[in-house]
Design a protein around this ligand. Structure first.
Ligand SMILES: Cc1cc2nc3c(=O)[nH]c(=O)nc-3n(C[C@H](O)[C@H](O)[C@H](O)COP(=O)(O)OP(=O)(O)OC[C@H]3O[C@@H](n4cnc5c(N)ncnc54)[C@H](O)[C@@H]3O)c2cc1C
Length: 170
């Protein structure tokens, strides 16, 4: 069963539904995970690939070169195009088709990491979807052990938005 989520509310409802029927949940952004962690037989897949908002704030009070906010369904290509249009760069993947979701949870190695570090170090803020509720659900759910999503067994902190530092071009 696949939920094509379009909003935070869609994801919240999906998690509640999965909890009610004790379903295994998988989160899917681009599907690039080498070990197939974004898919599983019989799971309720929350597909974030339709959530593609990108916005840039060059007047950021948090970072002098500005910040970019992205939803998890974006590919790095789309983000690069947007960032390029304001003459900035962002630490992202070498493959244009990878999404920022799983990539950043795994640390995020970039062709410009030697100069600027890992993508995970660029995250200014992550908007979690009612993490408190989700954590509570995990405790109640029989599937707790199965919802160690994300790389390295993260909680099911399904991110709809991540805010990254922008860099002036090198
Ligand atoms: C062709 C190719 C090129 C790559 N290039 C690079 C590279 O240059 N640098 C690098 O560091 N890595 C690279 N990778 C590895 C890539 O970062 C990982 O495979 C990463 O897990 C992909 O994340 P995704 O969200 O695109 O994929 P998905 O398969 O959708 O997700 C991967 C994992 O993250 C979880 N996840 C995804 N989105 C969210 C979310 N919003 N909230 C919570 N959990 C989420 C999924 O459940 C899954 O466990 C590459 C992989 C491929 C296949």
């Amino acid at each position: 069963m696949i939920v094509m989520a379009n909003s935070v509310e869609d994801v919240q409802k999906s998690v509640l539904f999965a909890n009610r029927y004790d379903l295994l949940v998988t989160v899917h952004s681009s599907g690039h995970d080498y070990n197939g962690r974004s898919t599983a037989d019989g799971s309720l897949m929350i597909d974030l690939s339709s959530m593609k908002e990108i916005s840039i704030n060059l007047q950021s009070k948090r970072h002098e070169a500005g910040e970019v906010t992205v939803e998890s369904g974006n590919s790095w290509l789309k983000i690069y195009e947007k960032v390029q249009s304001v003459d900035r760069v962002v630490v992202g993947g070498s493959s244009h088709t990878v999404s920022p979701g799983g990539y950043t949870l795994g640390g995020g190695h970039s062709p410009i990491s030697r100069s600027f570090g890992l993508a995970a170090d660029q995250v200014l803020e992550t908007k979690h979807l009612e993490l408190f509720v989700i954590k509570a659900l995990m405790v109640k759910s029989k599937t707790t052990k199965q919802v160690g999503l994300g790389l390295g067994g993260y909680y099911i902190a399904v991110k709809s938005e991540q805010f990254y530092r922008l860099k002036t071009k090198i």
